[in-house]
Write a protein that binds this ligand. Sequence first.
Ligand code: MG
Length: 237
Amino acid sequence: MTHTLAWATATDVGRVREQNEDSLVAADGLFAVADGMGGRRAGEVASALAVQVLAERAGEQRTAAQLVAAVAAANQAVVEAGAASGERQGMATTLTGLALVSAEQWVVFNIGDSRVYRWAEQRFEQLTIDHSAVQEMVSAGFLDSAAARTHPRRNVVTRALGSLPAPETDVWPLAVRRGDRFLACSDGLTNELTDTEIAAVLRADAAPQAAADALVARALAAGGSDNVTVIVVDVRD
Ligand code: MG
């Protein structure tokens, strides 16, 4: 059975930062968000390079192994670009998203603390697990997820592209199902809005662009303390 995808993207610098260091790719069944880190424009270089190399290496059709290899190539590219420039030394980026590996199967992938969610059958679910200091504390039972939202270390990322040895990519295979709606986003969304607030927008706005724009608008209204980037993907007949 063949499905059609409908998707939309939205990104904004926010109300505090001077540069938008987030990047995204949405084409050929590949949807990914990268949130760059590093001073003096290095973050935006890292995130742009990561999504560019990912898209090039993943190709228009791909296996799960090719996708993981493409993420590794993106990491290597960020490492080399960082090493080649004093100003960009230590630059890094998250990389999170989902990609079709056949007509029947997605692979959700993640390095860092950007996220992929699924809205399906009236249920909103985070598919990725953050690589962050607070998530490690939550997983170990030292912190509950409500306290994690305001914890001083909530922005400390424990796995990112731009590091050696190459970071492991978490992957989750997922069946392609009609009616599913996916959200890939940077932490500029999830630090401003709760999962309940995000789910309400995804439920209310039928069109992907309306949903994506509404999510960014809500994040800005809530403070916009970081760059915010969202991709909304609908699986249709
Ligand atoms: Mg961010």
